[in-house]
Design a protein around this ligand. Structure first.
Ligand code: LMR
Length: 335
């Protein structure tokens, strides 16, 4: 006779045996895609496009649940959640890969590394991009694509025209050592903070300013709590779409093929609208009139470049001088 405890143990074993007999992916397969920005941004729209195409190409076999605006997880937590398998897909900004031990991605934060989207795409959409994504594999992560946002403006509650205007200001940054070096080079005080906390920090004066592509600044209403901004376009902010490798490799091959196709098309779509989304956000902020935007003169541009030039040299040991050179060669730029 089985006593209650052994019966319970046996029942547990039976449930385990039963679940092992069920295919690993009883349909529908659910992909939770967590991100920190608003739906109405290049990343938000590309994520929705991926959802639409993935569900269509798999005939409903895959359901993609998109969670925007840090609804599920904030910056640091979402990377942990991916590794634990609590979510399956993310698109963190390239500035946020350092803590994972993949410092090469921080090269994208180097000021004035790219002349614009064209030179950037030669890297992200070419062989160098593939090589960089492959570096994630050993961390249990598969990199699927690079998605664009745009080039950053500097903002604050005091006038910004030249680099010295940032002296002593507390500036929110993403968790990147390159961005820390950038703010230090300007004499500002860098403060790492999750994206979801920036609006309130600006509103309450916990920080004085920050840097953002216009789409992020506008959709988080940061223009309502920043009186001044300079159109420095000093650095790029973009994303790598990543998945939990064990999850991805464990998908039936045909399903993965359809998802790859959906990702390729969502990437083309997102990258084709990113510039326009940023231009529209900039126009909307100018129309709202709460922030005074300063367009740099040639002389001012040269001053920003000069002030930020030491960052690449300073960070070359961390990122790898060869990686920086390879990116520059692929982009066709020099500093
Ligand atoms: C930020 O933290 O400023 C950005 O990385 C947010 C985002 O995902 O665009």
């Amino acid at each position: 006779m089985l006593n209650r405890r052994s019966f319970a143990r046996l029942a547990g074993v039976c449930v385990l045996a039963l679940s092992a007999a069920v295919p690993a992916f009883a349909e529908p397969i659910v992909i939770k895609f967590s991100h920190v920005v608003a739906p109405d941004t290049p990343k938000g729209k590309a994520a929705e496009k991926f959802k639409e195409l993935a569900e269509k190409y798999t005939d409903g076999g895959v359901t993609v649940e998109v969670y925007p605006n840090s609804q599920l997880y904030k910056d640091k937590e979402e990377l942990e959640a991916l590794q634990l398998g609590a979510v399956q897909m993310l698109a963190p900004s390239l500035a946020k890969f350092g803590p994972l031990g993949v410092k090469e991605f921080e090269a994208f934060d180097i000021p004035y590394l790219f002349d614009g989207y064209d030179s950037l795409h030669k890297v992200t959409q070419g062989e160098m991009g593939k090589k960089l994504l492959a570096k994630l594999e050993e961390k249990g992560i598969s990199g699927l694509a690079f998605w664009d946002n745009g080039f950053k403006v500097m903002s604050a509650n005091s006038s910004i025209k030249v680099p010295d205007d940032l002296l002593g200001l507390k500036m929110r940054i993403q968790s990147s050592k390159v961005l820390e070096a950038e703010m230090n080079a300007l004499g500002a005080v860098p403060q790492v903070m999750a994206f979801s906390e920036v609006y309130q920090a600006l509103q309450t004066g916990v920080v004085d300013g920050t840097e953002n592509p216009p789409s992020n600044m506008y959709t988080q209403k940061m223009n309502e709590v920043q009186k001044y901004a300079a159109e420095t376009n000093h650095g790029y902010l973009g994303y790598a779409v990543i998945v939990n490798k064990a999850f991805w490799d464990g998908l039936p091959e045909d399903v993965r093929g359809e998802l790859d196709k959906a990702m390729t098309e969502a990437t083309d779509y997102g990258n084709s609208i990113a510039k326009e989304e940023n231009d529209k956000a900039m126009a909307a902020m100018k129309a709202a009139g709460t922030t005074e935007f300063h367009q740099l003169t040639d002389e001012e541009k040269a001053a920003w470049k000069e002030a930020l030039a030491p960052v690449a040299t300073e960070m070359s040991d961390r990122i790898g001088a060869d990686t920086i050179k390879e990116i520059q060669a692929a982009a066709g730029t020099s500093m």
